[in-house]
Design a protein around this ligand. Structure first.
Ligand code: C5P
Length: 262
């Protein structure tokens, strides 16, 4: 079957820095705008491009997950966003045998994206990802416990640990495996910060500005509270992507982060 040639979109309003420009590595150097990661949870490339163009300079960091990877040329879009000076979090949530994870991480590192997720169930998988990213600038994040899972869901999976215990256990495992940080609910951010120390990155989804619809998330927090709890980056999807004015919603969250940083 012939594959149609892909249209390369030139995003307007992108900063001029190149994909290889140095990334701030210490949390102190991050601005409020850099701490907001917008989840491009749409199923088509057209919708994603429309959102990125609408958000313009208000947003610098995008998360591309399974929906867009499989439905909207998400990997190609990641490459284009990087070329346009944006940062990309490829939320691929890898989990497989070591050889596969290592080679996948190497391929993903070559895309020039900033963050990649790997399920943090075991150190074997995580060490394979560390080997795969090699000397590249790719930062590896372990997914601790999905933010939509309740204690009952964990019991169903056979875990006797509480959600907090499992998060702390997996955060330690990730740090010991050479990972740069974790993705965890904002409600567990303070616990993770205590467990793994100051320089480990904490990226938190499940963010809801006061009064926003919770949707299917079980453990949510406002942007300000998440930053105060020790989060470095906030992943926000529906409160921005489904807002009447996504740009205004993003700017309001950046403002809230800014206030919380002082
Ligand atoms: O729309 P909402 O703000 O709830 O989107 C949260 C995003 O963060 C989704 O893309 C979801 O896949 C992702 N995520 C999560 N919990 C995790 C890891 C990722 O909600 N533990």
């Amino acid at each position: 079957m012939a594959v149609p040639p892909m249209t390369v979109v030139q995003f307007e309003n992108g900063p001029t820095k190149s994909a290889s420009s140095p990334r701030p590595s210490r949390r102190e150097t991050l601005s409020a705008r850099e701490r907001l990661i917008v989840a491009l949870d749409v199923t088509t490339r057209e919708e994603a491009v429309k959102l990125v163009e609408e958000l313009g300079d208000s947003v610098e960091f995008y998360k591309i997950g399974h929906e867009l990877i499989f439905g909207g040329d998400g990997v190609a879009l990641a490459r284009e966003l990087v070329a346009a000076g944006k940062q990309v979090f490829l939320d691929a949530k890898l989990l497989d045998i070591g050889n596969t994870v290592e080679r996948s991480a190497a391929n993903i590192a070559a895309l020039g994206v900033t963050f990649l997720t790997v399920h943090g169930h075991d150190s074997k998988t995580m060490r394979a990802a560390v080997a795969g990213r090699g000397e590249s600038a790719l930062k590896l994040l372990s997914v601790t416990v999905m933010t939509n899972l309740t204690q009952d869901d964990l019991s169903e999976q056979g875990f006797e640990m509480t959600s907090d215990q499992l998060v702390a256990h997996r955060a330690k495992l990730a740090a010991g495996s050479g990972f740069d940080g974790v993705v965890t609910s904002a409600r567990e951010a303070a616990l993770v910060r205590q467990t793994v120390g100051r320089d480990f990155l904490i990226v938190t989804p499940g963010i809801r500005p006061a009064g926003a619809d919770i949707g299917d998330q079980a453990r949510v927090m406002t942007p300000a509270r998440a930053i105060q709890a020790g989060a470095d980056y906030l992943v926000v999807g529906r409160p921005i992507t489904q807002a009447e004015d996504p740009g205004a919603a993003a700017r309001a969250i950046v403002e809230e982060i800014e206030q919380a940083l002082v």
